[in-house]
Design a protein around this ligand. Sequence first.
Ligand SMILES: [Zn+2]
Length: 401
Amino acid sequence: MAGFNQTVILDVVRRADSGLTRAQLARRTGLSAQTVTNATRRLLEQGLVREEGESSRPGPGRPGTLLHLDPSGRYAIGVHLDPAVMTFVILDLAGTPVAQSQMPTPVPEQPDQVVAGIVGAIEDLIASAEIDRSLLLGVGIATPGPIDVDRGVVLDPPHLPGWHGVPLRDDVASGTHLPVMLDKDTIAAASAHLWNPGVHRSAEFAFFYLGTGVALSLVIRDEVVRGVSGNAGESGHFVVDPTGPDCECGKRGCLGAVLRAEILVQQGLAAGVPLEVGDMTDPRDINLAFSALCAAADAGDVGAISVLETAGRRLGMASTVITDLCDLDTVIIGGPLWSRMERHAMPGLAKLVSEHHVPSGAHSIAVLGSPLGSQVGAVGAGCLVLSQAFTPRPSDLMLLA
Ligand SMILES: [Zn+2]
């Protein structure tokens, strides 16, 4: 998007809440005044920053004009592919969604139809938002793992039967003629909290993603832990209830088995909650049945409330293992399942964590629901595109040299 010095300055401007003068930029970046002047001129020409207001700081010389990020200077598209539902957002340069859409995943087991659905939905969203294509930085896609990040390939996710080595990144790129990045859903979702300044967070936190599967991301020193192959975060087989339901791995009461939407629906049925359930092998029908379970809890059904409360406590058990292990003070929970069950699951989860004895005794643990709701994966995917645009790369420096 811009050269090395321009990218360095743009990132500093982005992180400043109230604008910075050129002199302040020079001090913060260590670049010379002339370099800052040249780089900011190019950023103004490209529409990435704008001038507004003057510095009121007392000091020698005349007050400087303040430079701000121009949120409408560029846009990024974020896509979240969940087996049950696909979510799309367009983010402005500040990471704020300016357009969004959602639809059931078309025939989840047929990758060709899913790709066609993604491409069509992206084009519809660009058209409805009336955004100039030349301002689009690209598309980020968050998908269930495991994936091959380097090749942009979805390998064989357990919740997407029929998907084996699908080149999703290149397929969507050739359909949209836009640059595309692919990342694992939970890593994208955690990134959304790193990027958005409005989201309360610590520099070190655990993020639990509750979608068709359960996954965990760790953020350490403001970086998402990606692992050797970019597939970090598999937490589905933490045993949280040794007497719980069978898991496909052979154990009982694994987190992924306990918190699966279809298991929660089955528990609701067993507790006498009146639910209409369709084909419980189809992620879309499971999604509808889970919504009905949460709606029953919202309406005061004691059985439904109990199922979701118990799920919250199980999540609390897994949370304390992670916070102890990594000495964390914040746990954030989000994802499409969580936004519907939060009201009933959070009290038990928060109580269990608050009663947990933190071994160091040095801090308490905050438990927060993600304010990004069911859009967290899509927003995170868009943030990955923005993040790349704001990261100074040594290769740019070499080109300028
Ligand atoms: Zn298991």
